[in-house]
Write a protein that binds this ligand. Structure first.
Ligand code: ADP
Ligand code: MG
Ligand code: ZN
Length: 614
């Protein structure tokens, strides 16, 4: 963001300096004639050295021929003009017609000078202060000066117009909150029947899965006001502000009940108390306490539902989860194929989709995508279509948008040497061919050597369906596929590159998990090594506590090593045996840069998966 020149603190500092210089200049220039004593002044008047006297309330100025240059001044006293005239008269000076002209100038206040010397600097200093402190504070994400008024965003007239129809693929969650909608719609009916409705509902799920959307939809369906606030807003605020804001928020909600309060990212304030680094999180704690107090303080007659969202339920303070608080948990997971298709449909509505476009194809290709990712994908596709001067969005745009979402935008401008391109082609072909030949690896969906963001190329495998369970053979084959890139480099060029770094990292992690978390090592047996635990005060940091000795640690290392070596040997055996295919694939890749399933099928023709070599 570009700051406007008049908004930068630097501008005000500069102005202050300029004004200061002006003031000094003015004061110096006013030194003009040296003041004389009053008797001397009177004497000059008597000698007719002056013909005009001016009185400004404090100073008497005598002018010769009306000329400033010949002025004589004297500082007399603070006095009424009348008193001065009387005094001069008593001294025998003839004022008025025929004598010396006498003028009373102003009140002694030179507003110009006062403005310049007093008011302007104050204003400028104020402005400077504002910029240095207030804006800096805001910039840091705090609302330090915005004391009591809660920033809860209420839209009374615009009660959310989001409905359940906008939330796709979360059927179970929608069913679970249906009861809450009914309650908000007609609380009396519920109370008459003595029904107990949960006061607090916790929506749990990864980012972008539609938690905020669902909360809005509850309010939208029930046509009640929606107050929302985010836990992260409270962090780093002055002590007491967060609590005041919570109080304010609940007050507003009560005034407009039935209503819904939504607390987003509640984990930001609702972490285990007393776990802050150096105890610097009083504010968070106070805010949390206030939320709890408000929830406990509700009379049974208050018709407010509080919905909170988090993707870290594991770190929440247990006090939040107690009965009467957030005791109802609704999990929203990443969508499955059906859900993804439904979400794509919701977002494709109103967009010019080519008639033959089947969104299921895209749904199949996007495991792991959240609702937000899918919304983004449709949007990207629309932009791509516009850029290509198309009137409608075809499967091509959607697939390109999916690639873009996964691997970052293409960087066609990046210059790659022919040698680099060749190595990348063989590397990716190594991944793809290993995947094709190993029975437990996922089918290859697409390969590309168009550089994107940080990577030179990529090979995408695509499981036939969403997977929740992995077998040991699948892991072993995955490892071989991961190492296939490095192996291809080695057997083709007799040398290896840094291009495999990420592959190696993933492979190492996976092998270690197999041994320590999934109990898949024959040698060490079915047990878990190390206790993983989140260090609450360090955020996402995971600490692993060793619950085994050095001997076991060595054995784990040996096992990880053996598993990786085994996978490497597998990959090497397969690729060496199919060197001709590897070359053919790499050459095609060099020529076309991107190959998708039909292309690959043609190249791989007659190449059926082989049983894993020993
Ligand atoms: P969260 O709060 O879980 O991080 P959001 O509710 O903010 O996720 O979702 C962000 C956006 O992603 C929504 O505004 C919506 O466009 C899209 N989205 C997410 N989940 C869904 C869904 N189930 N159906 C339709 N759109 C969704
Ligand atoms: Mg959200
Ligand atoms: Zn690779």
């Amino acid at each position: 963001m570009q700051t406007k020149w008049w908004r930068s603190g630097f501008f005000y500092i500069l102005l202050l300096v300029v004004v200061g210089a002006l003031i000094i200049a003015r004061v110096t220039s006013e030194e003009g004639p040296t003041p004389v004593s009053l008797p001397e002044f009177v004497e000059s008047a008597k000698q007719a050295e002056i013909d005009t006297i001016e009185h400004d309330g404090e100073t008497l100025t005598g002018l010769q021929g009306g000329q400033e240059g010949k002025a004589i001044i004297t500082t007399v006293f603070k006095a009424d003009t009348d008193a001065v005239v009387t005094y001069l008269g008593e001294e025998g000076i003839d004022l008025g017609a025929g004598g010396i002209d006498f003028y009373a100038t102003a009140s002694g206040f030179d507003w110009g000078t006062i403005a310049l010397t007093v008011i302007l600097p104050i204003v400028l200093l104020g402005a400077l202060f504002y910029f240095l402190f207030f804006r800096a504070a805001r910039g840091a994400g705090t609302q330090a000066f915005n004391f009591s008024k809660s920033r809860a965003r209420l839209s009374l007239d615009k009660r959310p117009d989001v409905t359940f129809a906008d939330v796709a693929g979360a059927e179970e969650a929608k069913e679970e909150v249906q009861e809450i909608v009914e309650f908000l719609k007609s609380p009396q009916k519920f109370q008459a029947l003595g029904g107990r409705v949960p006061r607090g509902v916790l929506l749990v799920g990864p980012p972008g899965t539609g938690k905020t959307l669902l909360a809005k939809a509850i309010a939208g369906e029930a046509r009640v006001p929606f107050y929302s606030i985010s836990g992260s807003e409270f962090v780093e605020m002055f002590v007491g502000v967060g609590a005041a804001r919570v109080r304010d928020l609940f007050e507003q909600a009560k005034r407009n009940a039935p209503s819904l309060i939504f607390i987003d990212e509640i984990d930001a304030v609702g972490r285990h108390r007393g776990a802050g680094l150096g105890g610097g999180h009083d504010e968070r704690e106070q805010t949390l306490n206030q939320i709890l107090a408000e929830m406990d303080g509700f009379d049974t007659g208050v018709n407010i539902i509080i919905v909170a969202a988090t993707n870290r339920p594991d770190i929440l303070d247990p006090a939040l989860l107690r009965p009467g608080r957030f005791d109802r948990h609704i999990v929203i997971d990443l969508p499955d194929i059906k859900g993804r298709k439904a979400i794509l449909e919701v977002h494709a509505k109103g967009k010019p989709l080519a008639t033959e476009t089947d969104l299921e194809t895209i749904a199949k290709q996007t495991p792991g995508f959240s609702g937000a990712d899918l919304a983004n994908l449709i949007n990207e596709a629309a932009i791509l279509a516009a850029r290509r001067n198309r009137k409608d969005i075809t499967l091509k745009e959607l697939e390109d948008a999916a690639d873009r979402t996964m691997a970052g935008p293409e960087r066609k401008s990046r210059v790659i040497s022919p040698k680099e391109k060749e190595i990348t082609a063989y590397h990716e072909s190594g991944h793809a061919l290993t995947a094709r030949l190993l029975p437990n690896a996922d089918p290859v969906h697409k390969i590309s050597i168009v550089p994107r963001r940080m990577i030179g190329g990529w090979t995408r495998l695509l499981p036939a369906e969403d997977r929740y369970l992995w077998t040991k053979s699948q892991f072993n084959d995955s490892l071989a596929v991961l190492l296939g890139g490095r192996v291809a480099e080695e057997i083709t060029f007799g040398d290896i590159t840094t291009g495999a770094q990420n592959d190696l990292e993933q492979a190492t992690k996976l092998a270690r998990k197999m041994v320590t978390e999934y109990g898949m090592s024959d040698k060490l047996g079915p047990r878990i090594f190390g206790q993983r635990q989140e260090l609450v005060f360090l955020g996402r940091e995971i600490s692993e506590q060793r619950d085994y000795g050095d001997k076991i640690a060595n054995e784990i290392d040996d096992e990880v090593h053996a598993i990786i070596q085994g996978a490497y040997r597998n990959s090497k055996k397969i690729l060496t045996a199919n060197k001709k295919k590897l070359k053919q694939l790499a050459e095609e890749l060099k020529a076309h840069e991107t190959l998708d399933e039909p292309d690959l099928d043609k190249i791989f023709k007659g190449l059926a998966p082989q049983p894993s070599p020993g």
